[in-house]
Design a protein around this ligand. Sequence first.
Ligand code: AMP
Length: 543
Amino acid sequence: MKFSKLAQAYDKISKASGDAGKVPILADLFKRADDKTLEALAHFTLGEAVSPQLSDRLGIGPGAIRDALAKISGDDPSEIEGRVKESGDMGEVAAEIVNGTDKLEVAELWKRINRVVERNEDRKQLVEHIFKNTTSAGAKYFARMVLNQMRIGVGEGTMERAIARAFKVDADSVQRLYAMTNDIGIAAREAKKGERALARANPILFQPYQFMNAQRVENAEEIFETFKDKQIIFDIKYDGVRLQIHIKSGRGGEIKLFSRRLNDDTASMPDVVEALKRSWKGKDAIIEGEAVAFDKSLKKKLPFQAVLMRRGRESEIEAKAKEIPLVLFVFDLLYDNGASLMDVPQRERRERLKKLFRETDRVRMTESIESNRAEDEERFFKRALKEKQEGLMAKDPAAIYEPGKRTDHWLKLKPAFETLDVVVVGGIWGSGRRRGLLSSLVIAVRDKGEFKTVGKVGTGFSEEMLKELTAKLKSKIIATRGLHVEIEPSMVIEVDFQGIQKTPRYSSGYALRIPRFKRERVDKSVREADTLERLVRLYKQAH
Ligand code: AMP
């Protein structure tokens, strides 16, 4: 299948309304595709230009697209930027300029992008190659895909229903396999083989599954209400980064660390790998834990920012590992010696995990208590805060692990001030002392695959932090209007605020009162940012 053909289908899908309109068109595409094309087209349709495990390394932003368009048209990049400003869509501008020979095949495009990223080859050349070898429609959707703006209204749910319809399988089974592999291509491929293939959805070593997430509660009473008279596992909620760790034991063994964004982050944390190798006694396994930064004596916990100095690092890795050692607090076991433990109760998973490693000062079990008494919870919560950790996790001892879900088998309790994890979608260039810096950021929450603005943040950052954020965001600028810029949604930041108001000024219909920057959530992808639904819930609680 030609990529241009797929692009035409995307045009049709974007005009079709709702699932009723979109699902049949998608299902028809899936049915007609051969195996390789099917995998590629499943990824593309979700806006994935590269394998999800490599997403952080894609390295093609608005700048690369702009430069390639400038080269093809012979215009100055600033001219291209002007046109993007007018149309508000870089994809449309690409469509106006590109008119290549219609050669590019869907499967080949997927292979090529992955190869370039894996081998870290020249991205510019890649973009130019693509624009030379596809049509105007192809260019439009390639640009939109890499800029995270597909605008065809197809989220994960629609996708799963379309795959189910194409291959006459259950959409829930498709969803489950997708959660288990975090790879919509694999989900589509297995769905094509039929329901039996989907039913074998078990964790696979070195293929990260989607994390299970916790529901946030605003106070301890909610925990006791949710779990009624049950015993509850209270775990300290550590202030670090979550890791999904895949262990192949024995000779020729290997350990891989996957970040919360499900990218392979092994290279940046060799100390964690070493520490685990020394303490692991089990066989092949997948475990979860939180890596927390400590000082050199391993006695004093360092603030969250210190972990960020370690995570995803590409240079001075060893030096930083000495300066800011990480301690791994493990809390879950999902795969043990060939068997999935996803359906085994929480308490048992925890007990089994304890027996599989030797505790050292670098690898420890998360501290926990089991109780159903408010006094115990209160005491333990205070202790977590005293140790400068984030709060508590409350877990149902009888519950199974549900990948890809935010369940209420896990509840998280933090101190009473509110924070939201929002996506940066724009900014305003500063003046005076903040000249050359994006001094104010336009922030948004998630709403069914789109981003809806909720305000502007201009306080809470140090000069240093602003510089760092500006440097990162600069390459993501899609269009400039005077001092205002539109930014590709890719960065998640945590903000606190004083309240929520209804307003027509922002596209969400709500505005945060006095939002303040707390920190960048490099560990979160935009798909994990807070939703409009949560914002509305918070609004209702307060009004
Ligand atoms: P949040 O990042 O606010 O959505 O809270 C959930 C996160 O808490 C998880 O993704 C983990 O990174 C982190 N966490 C810290 N300690 C624990 C623990 N003991 N059990 C589970 N998750 C934990």
